[in-house]
Each structure stands twice: as C-alpha cells, then as structure tokens.
Write a protein that binds this ligand. Structure first.
Ligand code: TYD
Length: 204
C-alpha cells in the first residue's frame, strides 16, 4: 500500500505533539515505515530557520517566505523522497499553519499565501490533517504551566490566537474530506481512539 502524508495542526497549547509520536508508533506497529517530522524544521537548514522564526523579530512577509523556504527544503530533501519510496510521513504542522498563523493571526493576504503554496507544493497536499481544537483559555492555561521560555508565537496576545483558531476552523469547514477536527479537551485515551479510527477510515 502506498504511503500517506498525515499532518497535525492546532493552536499552541492544543497538546498535539505527544499524539504525533503515539500515532507514528501505532502505524509502525502495523508494519508501515513511518517518517516523523515537523515544521518549521525537518532538515538541518529548516531547523536553523526554525530557530530564527521562533525567536527573531522580522517583517511578516519575511516570516512567511522563510516558512515556505524551510518547507521547500523539507519537501525536496525529506517528504517527497519518503512518499516516493512508499513510506508514510507524519508531520507536526504544514501549510495549514501558515494560513492560520501568518494569514489568520497576522493578517497576510490569502492571495499571497495561495501563490506561495502553489509555487512550493502545488502538486502535493496532505492526505489527512488532524486539527486539534480547544477553547483558547484552556490552551493558554496549558502554555502557562509549561516551565520553559515562550517563543514569539506563544507570546502573542489572546486575540491573535483566537484568530489563528478561527482560521483553522474555517479551513476545516472548507476541506472537510481532508481536515478532521479533534476535540483536544477529551482524555488522552479518547483522543487516541479517535485518532486510530480516523486514520483507519481515511487511509484504508
Ligand atoms: P510547534 O512545533 O507547535 O511548537 P512547539 O515546539 O511549541 O510545540 O510550532 C512552532 C510555532 O511555529 C507555532 O507557534 C506555530 C508557528 N508556525 C507558523 O506560524 N507558521 C507555520 O507555517 C508553521 C509551520 C508554524
């Protein structure tokens, strides 16, 4: 069976990262070869760009172009070769995050994002996107509990994150066959059940 491209999305504090690892292990236990990766990042250059993107103040268009530059490298070096081999790819964030954060959160025109998207990966979309959704105050509480310094995005005000959340939900509404919304307030076990059922249904 040909490999699938699965992405995870959600506002900061939605708790998706541990589920990325869990789903990867589940797929491996079913005999698939699975590449687990993330954006921005996923390559040596991409991780250096990630460091800049998360910590260095910059113009919104610079930020957007660097997100797509990191993505182009990630696709060329990692994602496209893996899919061509027939492997599965599980990626923590992808282009929906750029529409949600740079578009919804920061207000960059959609037409510019569409141009960059079609340039960088007009030929490729995720097969399935798992969108972790929860109310903003719950996500903010989770971030506040984290004992680490916050990056540029996590430091943004509540109204920024509310716009990011709404942009994600609008994208899910517009592409219901690809983007599956998961209630991230459920227990870990319930989320795992939903993930397994969703992946089996979508990818079989
Ligand atoms: P994430 O991996 O969720 O961070 P963490 O290590 O805290 O789990 O994502 C890093 C940040 O990058 C996140 O706040 C969202 C942001 N981001 C964008 O703004 N645009 C993008 O295109 C991507 C991929 C991420």
């Amino acid at each position: 069976m040909k490999g699938k491209f699965i992405t995870f999305e959600g506002i900061d504090g939605a708790g998706k990262s541990s589920h990325v690892e869990w789903l990867t292990e589940l797929l491996r236990s079913k005999g698939h070869t699975v590449l687990m990766t993330r954006e921005p990042g996923g390559t040596q250059l991409g991780e250096r760009l990630r460091d800049l993107l998360l910590h260095e103040p910059m113009h919104l268009e610079t930020e957007t172009l660097l997100m797509f530059a990191a993505r182009r490298e990630h696709l060329a070096q990692v994602i496209e070769p893996a899919l061509a081999r027939g492997d599965w790819v599980v990626c923590d964030r992808f282009t929906d995050a750029t529409y949600a954060y740079q578009g919804g959160g920061r207000g960059l025109e959609r037409a510019k994002l569409q141009q960059l998207e079609s340039w960088v990966h007009g030929h490729l979309q995720p097969d399935l996107t798992l969108l972790f959704d929860l109310p903003l105050d719950v996500a903010r509480e989770r971030i506040a509990l984290a004992e680490r310094s916050l990056d540029r995005f996590e430091q943004e005000r509540a109204d920024f994150h509310e716009r990011v959340r709404q942009a994600y939900l609008e994208r899910a509404h517009a592409a219901p066959s690809r983007i599956h919304v998961i209630n991230a307030q459920q227990s870990i076990d319930d989320i795992r059940n939903v993930l397994e059922n969703t992946v089996v249904t979508f990818c079989s």
